[in-house]
Design a protein around this ligand. Structure first.
Ligand code: DC
Length: 225
């Protein structure tokens, strides 16, 4: 008797601008659902960090060749999900505002976007995911079962990032954070390939005045319905 076809992986997409809290919600949501989460911003950050500042000026051919040496894999699930680059944890410093800006600049390069899209689709072919980024629902996983777009005022996003850095005992300058967030918003929204925007059919949640717990409850409520 032929065996039943394997169920396709569950894909939940979570897109939105810098500092809106996507990674935190994605990891908690993945924990509730018992699946992995994919932080695609970390993939762009790791590439920018590894290739070095100014890599977006390189020719498409050289970039393509360098990216060919990158292999991203996922291990574990929920908040314990680990994203590995060539079998190793991602470099530690990728979370800085500076690396975020480099990543945003690298992310406009067509060969980089094509490579990342391919790598992300590949991961989602075998693994159920909460995939968070800028173009998860629009470009990478247009057929995802659930799509969300989180947004918040830039000033509130800068404030959250400021508090997070302070809590970690790291230097934090609110004005500089706001300037960096605003620059990235502009770059990520206005690029010609895969600009950041809500996917068709995505549930849009303005998180400016609600807590992370409330956002999670809203997202979970929709997925479990
Ligand atoms: O989510 P993040 O702040 O870590 O992302 C860093 C940058 O990477 C972001 O400013 C733009 C780019 N990025 C992207 O272009 N597409 C994605 N799916 C995720 C991130």
């Amino acid at each position: 008797m032929p065996s039943a076809p394997a169920a396709s992986p569950l894909i939940v997409t979570l897109d939105g601008p810098a500092g809106v809290g996507k990674s935190s919600i994605a990891s908690r949501l993945a924990g509730e659902l018992g699946i992995a989460f994919l932080d695609t911003g970390a993939m762009f950050r790791a590439a920018a960090y590894t290739l070095g500042e100014g890599s977006w000026d390189w020719t498409q051919g050289i970039l393509q060749q360098k990216l060919g040496d990158f292999e991203f894999t996922l291990r574990g699930s929920g908040k314990d999900t680990e994203l590995l680059l060539n079998g190793q944890p991602l470099p530690g410093d990728i979370r800085s505002e500076q690396t975020g800006l480099w990543a945003s600049q690298l992310a406009v390069v067509p060969s980089v976007r094509a490579y990342m899209k391919m790598a992300q689709i590949f991961l989602g072919q075998t693994t159920s995911l909460v995939a968070e980024g800028r173009d998860m629902g629009t470009v990478v996983f247009p057929g995802a079962q659930f799509k969300f777009f989180l947004d918040a005022d830039p000033a509130e996003r800068a404030r959250r990032r400021f508090l997070q850095l302070q809590a970690q005992g790291k230097p934090a300058d609110l004005d500089a954070i706001l300037a960096s967030i605003t620059q990235r918003d502009d770059q990520d929204r206005n690029r010609s390939i895969a600009p950041m925007k809500p996917a068709q059919g995505a549930v849009v949640i303005d998180t400016t005045h609600i807590s992370e717990g409330e956002v999670l409850a809203q997202v979970l409520g929709t997925v479990r319905q």
